[in-house]
Design a protein around this ligand. Sequence first.
Ligand code: C2E
Ligand code: MG
Ligand code: MG
Ligand code: MG
Length: 279
Amino acid sequence: YTKKQGSNNFTIYSKELDFKTIFKVAVEKDLKSAIENNEFELFYQPIVNLKTEQLNGMEALLRWTHPTLGVIPPDNFIPISEESGQIISIGKWVLETACRQNKEWQNAGHPPFKVCVNISTIQLKRPDFVDAVKAILHKTELAPQWLELEVTESILMENTEVVKDSLRQLKKLGISMSIDDFGTGYTSLSYLRQFAFDRVKIDRSFIEDIESDLNGKAITSSIIALAHKLNIGVIAEGIENEGQLGYLRDELCDEGQGYYFSRPMPAEKHIFPYGSKNY
Ligand code: C2E
Ligand code: MG
Ligand code: MG
Ligand code: MG
């Protein structure tokens, strides 16, 4: 009996493994033509000043509509593209598209705001990353102050000269930098200060149960208080209701983002002007 169970388990396990491998190989192959076939699109989600309810920025979020499989969420294909190196060309497409869109919004006469672009550690580790960013800003004519790059805490583990130098250069160009999904890794805030990050984004998992969970509350409040002491701004991700918003306001969280204000949407679905009670 034990043996039989063991072999059943093995069958299930190997099936899963096969599916994952097949999915990965297919995704990697189909990603090759995704850019030229126009299968990518950026959605944008407002980032709101919690005090004034003004629009402070828009985060660009990548969407891939696969010709037969339909929409594949970024969490399912970004890691594969990072492993294959395809994230380099995808990342350039994302950055250029987001900068061009922000310039278009400015040209349309909307009060300017930042566009926030997720950058993979793989991209930032490349010695030519800063040059690529410069070239895109030049090409799209977007001023660097209207671009923010979001990186995850894992970048701080990459304590290399290339990364440190790139962060310094980006800063000098006038681009702002934030740490995404903060609280899920092992970074101390003093480290962020040393790298001159402008903002931390508190991970959605802490905001999710902020109302019921004392730990979530304690973690959120301490991040806000310490970040402020270090002169770093705080964005709360994943605000979905009034209760969460109220708590974050009381704790003097600077900015927020989440379904409560708006889901991520294609550029043309956003209705301007954004402002108080207009989300
Ligand atoms: P992220 O950068 O932390 O983005 C926030 C995610 O939370 C987005 O998921 C967004 O749709 C979702 N979200 C926003 N507000 C709420 C809310 O109120 N409730 C809930 N439940 N979710 C909310 P999405 O678009 O699926 O992206 C997932 C992750 O994929 C991103 O997490 C980011 O790490 C990565 N990603 C997305 N676009 C890009 C990209 O262009 N480049 C890279 N390197 N990574 C990207
Ligand atoms: Mg992000
Ligand atoms: Mg995040
Ligand atoms: Mg995330």
